[in-house]
Design a protein around this ligand. Sequence first.
Ligand code: FES
Length: 74
Amino acid sequence: MIICSCNFLSDRDVRQAVKTADDALRNAKQVYGRLGCSAECGRCAHTIRTIIDEAYRECALACQASRLHRPDHG
Ligand code: FES
C-alpha cells in the first residue's frame, strides 16, 4: 500500500528500509534519507513512525523469544 504519495513509498518500502539499515532508523527523516528522498508535505510521517515502532517491537519480541528458548538462559 502506498503510504507516501509524494515519494510513492509503500509500507513495504519502509519496512524493508528499517530492516536492512546498518544503523537503526529512528524517525521518518532517516527513512526518507535511506530511501533516497525527503519529506515533501509530511503527511506520511506519523504512519512511517508507526511502521518503525512496529518493526522494532517485532524485533524485540523475536529477540526475547529466542533468548527464552536458548538452553543457557533457562
Ligand atoms: S505523503 Fe509523504 S511527504 Fe507527502
